[in-house]
Design a protein around this ligand. Structure first.
Ligand SMILES: Nc1ncnc2c1ncn2[C@@H]1O[C@H](COP(=O)(O)OP(=O)(O)OP(=O)(O)O)[C@@H](O)[C@H]1O
Ligand SMILES: [Mg+2]
Length: 495
């Protein structure tokens, strides 16, 4: 018989900590999570130091925010210091009461927090050491720093510093020989810097609300939308109402490559490149959560829609509906807004494709010879319209010429195709779904590349140079519709 109707089952300290290390943070998403806390504490400056320390590396993230009292610090070190169910104040980027802990232990087996909430007041210190928790099996929170050298962390007024030591996850394990070199460690600092430039760009842009320094260098904002560039297109912001709040959606189509200087084009690409950075950019209180994703509602990431980037502002009060994850790197749009996002995504993609292709066609037209279509319209004496495969298109011509023995057969095949084009069905289909009509090879870039290689190889045997052959092909359909693929082919040819 039980004396009560329940058992109290406390979690075991060490397994909980070890499990929480596996949320999938990268060094840059971990540090961004700590910067969230600094912003919530009204910091104006955040200094991040990557200290190699002869391979026993440590990292310090220090801000000049409001700091915490000693009791607040102890609460802050608790797993789940504040419930997600409690609505946050405006400007508080936190949500789960976990970030400080989960972000830190994802990189290090030990982390300390030093904080002061009044000028001249002695700083309070607390530290979790996962090795000690493992040995003792107790939630034993230390009140001292691990390294003497860190004692000189001082705040001119108020502020908080987080120190990661025993950075096993971040720099690897010497026992297995997978320990980073100093150069690799400093490259991580670089990656972090780029990630912060992107994640907090709205805070770093003027009017500047925040300055971030990584190893002394100031992080400059990365604006995904090139809003300062006159050639960036935007139809403006649309507010989608949702449960008494508004979701702000601002589509942008970035300028064609030809309108950007080399360095500007390279920087605009972003850390992961043009293709990866297309899609929705989701902001929560101006903090970027997702840097380019079609969120499962806008189709695939494709070369020809890479100029489409759409800002999406979600209010903190609707966090739960967007399923924001602990790392603040993923969201899922609520069902009630999916149709609107699809609509806006489709329109922005169409516009982006237009910019991408139009410039390609313009470039082709600028060339001395004219654009070579794949099909030509044919009118007979009674003005009946039919369509003919263009025998002068290099893809077709080269088949007819190189296959001389079979030329008559190929000619028969072309006549067969021309006479059986299902014009009526196409007309009906287009009238009912104009938006979804496709460009040639839109979904099959591999096939297009193969056709390009095939035609190129055949035409080379005629004695022309590679440069001349490619010039002819670049102006002919279907290649003229995909200048990016032709350019990539040319690059691979030159390398
Ligand atoms: N740099 C800081 N300056 C002042 N207070 C801080 C700082 N970092 C953390 N805190 C305090 O510690 C608490 C816990 O932080 P933690 O990041 O674990 O959770 P959170 O920010 O509330 O939510 P989330 O899990 O979404 O990050 C914060 O709510 C805040 O009160
Ligand atoms: Mg937090």
């Amino acid at each position: 018989m039980h004396a009560t109707e329940w058992d109290i089952v406390q979690p075991s300290a060490s397994p909980v900590f070890e499990a929480l290390r596996a949320f999938g943070y990268t060094p840059e998403t971990s540090i961004a999570d700590l910067v969230d806390n600094s912003i919530a504490a009204k910091a104006k400056n955040v200094h991040i130091a990557f200290v190699w320390n002869d391979g026993d590396a440590y990292i310090v993230i220090k801000d000049d925010g409001e700091g915490m009292s000693e009791q607040a610090l102890v609460d802050a070190m608790r797993l789940g210091s504040q419930s997600p169910v409690v609505e946050r104040k405006k400007g508080d980027l936190g949500r789960f009461g976990l970030g400080l802990k989960t972000a830190s232990i994802a990189q290090a087996r030990e982390f300390s927090v030093v904080t002061s909430n009044a000028k001249g007041k002695e700083a309070a210190v607390r530290r979790w050491n996962l090795d000690e928790v493992q040995e003792t099996g107790e939630w034993r929170l230390r009140n001292s720093l691990p390294i003497q050298a860190l004692d000189d962390i001082a705040f001119s007024e108020t502020g908080t510093a987080i120190i990661w030591t025993k950075c096993d996850r971040l720099i690897g394990d010497p026992a297995t020989g997978s320990h980073m070199t100093k150069a690799q460690f400093l490259r991580v600092a670089d990656t972090v810097s780029h990630h912060l430039a992107m994640t907090f760009h709205r805070f770093l842009e003027s009017p500047r609300r925040l300055r971030i320094y990584v190893n002394g260098s100031e992080v400059l904002p990365w604006d995904p939308f090139l809003t300062d560039n006159a050639s960036t297109y935007s139809p403006g912001k649309e507010n989608l109402p949702m449960h008494g709040h508004a979701i702000g959606v601002t589509p942008y189509v970035l300028p064609h490559k030809s309108k950007l200087e080399g360095e500007e084009h390279r920087r605009a690409a972003g850390v992961y490149g043009w293709n990866a950075h297309q899609g929705f950019y989701v902001y929560r209180e101006d903090r970027l959560l997702v840097a380019g994703s079609w969120l499962g509602v806008g189709g695939m990431k494709e070369e020809h829609s890479k100029l489409a980037r759409i800002a999406l502002d979600i209010p903190v009060a609707l966090d739960h509906m967007w399923q924001v994850d602990v790392r603040k790197s993923q969201v899922r749009p609520p069902a009630s807004i999916v149709r609107d996002l699809e609509r806006i995504g489709r329109a922005t993609k169409a516009k982006a494709q237009e910019v991408y292709r139009f410039r390609g066609k313009m470039e082709a037209a600028r060339s001395s010879q004219k654009f070579v279509f794949a099909w030509l319209q044919h009118k007979d004496r009674d003005n009946n319209i039919s369509y003919r495969v263009n025998r002068d298109n290099p893809v077709v011509r080269q088949c007819l010429e190189t296959g001389k023995a079979n030329a008559a057969q190929i000619e028969q095949l072309l006549r067969f195709v021309e006479e059986t084009v299902p014009l009526t069905q196409i007309a009906v289909h287009l009238a009912s779904s104009l938006e979804s009509s496709q460009q040639p090879f839109e979904e099959d870039t591999k096939g297009l590349r193969e056709l390009l290689q095939f035609s190129f190889d055949r035409m080379l045997t005629s004695g022309a140079t590679g440069e001349q052959v490619l010039d002819v092909l670049a102006r002919a359909e279907p290649f003229s519709l995909h200048p990016g693929i032709v350019a990539a082919f040319q690059e691979s040819m030159n390398s």
